[in-house]
Design a protein around this ligand. Structure first.
Ligand code: ADP
Ligand code: MG
Length: 240
């Protein structure tokens, strides 16, 4: 479904993505881990063209990612993204946040968009908050709304960039539980996270990045029980 080949990117002198090759099949859950500054966020951002790449290619469903215009808007709809910082529209209700994309981008009639949004809010467990504003919700609730908003676009792939890092500890699991059920339902997901429990239980594959490179790629069980690289061993010893 998603394929990155020989992707390179520089920020000035910094080689932030170095010869990245990554394939994600339909229904697969790939967890990306690695030290801070290793390029994980930049990797995610190239997949929906929030960042351009210097060389190499990225294809979605066999087609090169578009760089502008209507095709780019369509790509952004196909590649959902959930950020660390929720990024909900503060002046819109929860329900309006979830309806907005389908109405504006997919040109869906409002009544139908609302009906779907309510279903999605129910699915992530925040239907009772539909008419509140984001500031009235806890961080965990806001992040679940952000997931519902991404799902409303029926994305082909969902990217998560440290979705639980900004949450109080007691709210982490309510978000991970939603992500786990999406994974079980067959959603194609690329998840940057430091939640190793999630990686172990939900990932089909773990990708370990350091210094802009994919250093190791393995089944979760193999990676956590016997990481091959020194960098991965060192990283795991610090966080586990
Ligand atoms: P990670 O998500 O793994 O912590 P990032 O992808 O955010 O890593 O960043 C990788 C490196 O690129 C870091 O050294 C960071 O400072 C640098 N970087 C990220 N975004 C920019 C930018 N827009 N301009 C310059 N450097 C950047
Ligand atoms: Mg990051």
């Amino acid at each position: 479904m998603l394929s990155m080949r020989g992707v390179n990117k520089h920020f000035g002198a910094l080689h932030v993505l170095a010869d990245i090759d990554l394939d994600v099949s339909a229904g697969e859950v790939v967890v990306v881990i690695g030290p801070s500054g290793s390029g994980k966020s930049t990797l995610c951002r190239t997949i929906n063209r929030l960042e351009t790449i210097g060389s190499g290619s990225i294809t979605l469903d066999g087609r090169e990612l578009p760089s502008e215009g209507r095709e780019l808007a369509a790509l952004r709809a196909d590649v959902g993204m959930v950020f660390q910082s929720f990024n909900l529209y503060a002046h819109k209700t929860v329900l309006e946040n979830v309806m907005l994309g389908p109405v504006k981008v997919r040109r869906m009639p409002r009544a139908r968009a609302q009906q779907r949004a309510l279903k999605l809010l129910d699915r992530v467990g925040v239907a009772a908050q539909a008419h509140k504003y984001p500031v009235q919700l806890s961080g965990g609730q806001q992040q679940r709304v952000a997931i519902a908003r991404a799902l409303a676009m029926e994305p082909k792939v969902l990217l998560f960039d440290e979705p639980t890092s900004a949450l109080d500890p007691e709210m982490v699991n309510e978000v991970l539980d939603v992500m786990t059920s999406l994974a079980r339902e067959g959603m194609t997901m690329v998840v940057v996270t430091h939640e190793m429990g999630f990686a172990r239980s939900a990932a089909d594959r773990v990708v370990f990045m350091a210094d802009g490179r994919i250093v190791e790629e393995a089944l979760p069980h193999d990676f956590f029980s016997a990481p091959k690289s020194e960098r991965a061993r060192d990283f795991l010893s610090k966080i586990l």
